[in-house]
Design a binder for this molecule. Structure first.
Ligand code: ATP
Ligand code: MG
Length: 321
């Protein structure tokens, strides 16, 4: 499960940093001197159904990091909204130099080793909340599967007659419990999040998630892209502030569709022409029967190429002036 092979090594020898953890897609390092920062390195690894696949998607780590940084900047206020605290280590939260002057972003950039340039972020190490904060504006994936069974998504009742890929009357917050390594994340009710983190923090997570989703969906829409759903992670910083962490609004953590195709498409497939790893999920679903144990089949070159092209197109579209 989540196996890593020679094609996608998880740990590099990075000067000034010590490897501490590898997830399916990202590798974490801590500084060899202080513990307030972390280096999050995005690899080209791609996962589906909780398995790391081979080969990786060339350039994916850079594309997703670029997209994350672009969104953090929007959400810090460049989209015209209020500033959402995020985990990027900005100059003012870092140490000061010997002369007392605050380190500049350039100094920060210098902390990123050449070997991972473009796919690493220096972040504040946070007390992570054990909740994946999912927001859905459209019905698909596991939400669609549940709706077909029961007319609800994560227990939230929805109007009858919705089809796969339909827009929801309003975005809904459908949290999941962030399972320990190797276990599947599990959809939970809002009440359960209150049990896990307390009423105040639970409400904060929900309200922040909905606010960020709505802002991001508006931005995406202005670029002809639908943000169908997405997942955020938050952590608490040293001052007790709820802080947006992890990657944000990337094509790994979100479903993005082409707005024009969605509007004109008649089949679910046409409507959900995606800029995310749905291409990989669909291929794997068709070529690897459940229970999906052992080694997954290798991704064919054309699937890898199409995925790379779609990831790049998403970035180009969103960041186009
Ligand atoms: P999965 O492979 O299922 O995604 P994962 O989420 O544990 O597992 P990655 O996403 O590859 O693995 O690694 C990123 C990890 O870093 C996550 O566990 C995430 O919660 C954690 N993380 C992200 N930002 C911070 C931060 N600022 N402080 C502490 N931990 C963080
Ligand atoms: Mg993750």
């Amino acid at each position: 499960n989540g196996r890593v092979t020679d094609a996608n090594p998880t740990s590099l020898d990075l000067p000034g940093w010590r490897h501490v953890y590898s997830g399916k897609v990202r590798d974490l390092y801590r500084p060899t001197d202080d513990t307030q920062r972390m280096l999050v390195v995005a690899s080209d690894r791609v996962s589906a159904f909780d398995h790391v696949l081979s080969p990786g998607i060339p350039g994916k780590g850079i594309l997703l990091t670029t997209l994350s940084l672009w969104w953090f900047d929007r959400l810090a206020g460049s989209d015209g909204g209020r500033s959402i605290p995020n985990h990027l280590a900005a100059s003012h939260v870092l140490t000061r130099g010997a002369d007392g002057a605050a380190n500049t972003p350039d100094d920060l950039q210098n902390l990123i080793p050449d070997a991972v340039t473009g796919r690493a972020m220096v972040v504040k190490s946070l007390d992570m909340q054990p909740i994946e904060c999912v927001v859905r504006g459209y019905l698909t994936g596991s939400g669609w599967a549940e709706y077909r069974e029961s007319g609800t998504v994560c227990g939230i009742p929805l109007p009858a007659g919705l089809a796969n890929g339909d827009r929801l009357p309003e975005p809904i917050y459908t949290p999941a419990y962030k399972a320990p390594l190797g276990e599947h994340d599990e959809n939970i009710s809002y009440e359960r999040t209150v049990d896990l983190v307390g009423a105040e923090r639970a409400a904060e997570l929900r309200d922040l998630s909905l606010e960020i989703y709505e802002r991001a969906a508006r931005t995406a829409e202005a670029h002809g892209v639908i943000l169908a759903d997405t997942k955020f992670e938050f952590g608490i910083d040293e001052n007790g502030v709820m802080t947006l962490a992890d990657e944000v609004l990337t094509s790994d953590s979100s479903r993005y569709w082409d707005a024009a195709a969605w509007a004109s498409g008649t089949t679910a497939e046409e409507r959900m022409a995606s800029f995310d790893k749905q291409i990989v999920r669909d291929w794997l679903a068709a070529n690897w029967a459940p229970p999906r144990e052992g080694e997954p089949p290798a991704l064919p070159a054309d699937i890898v190429e199409r995925t790379t092209a779609r990831y790049r197109e998403l970035l180009d579209r969103l960041t186009a002036a």
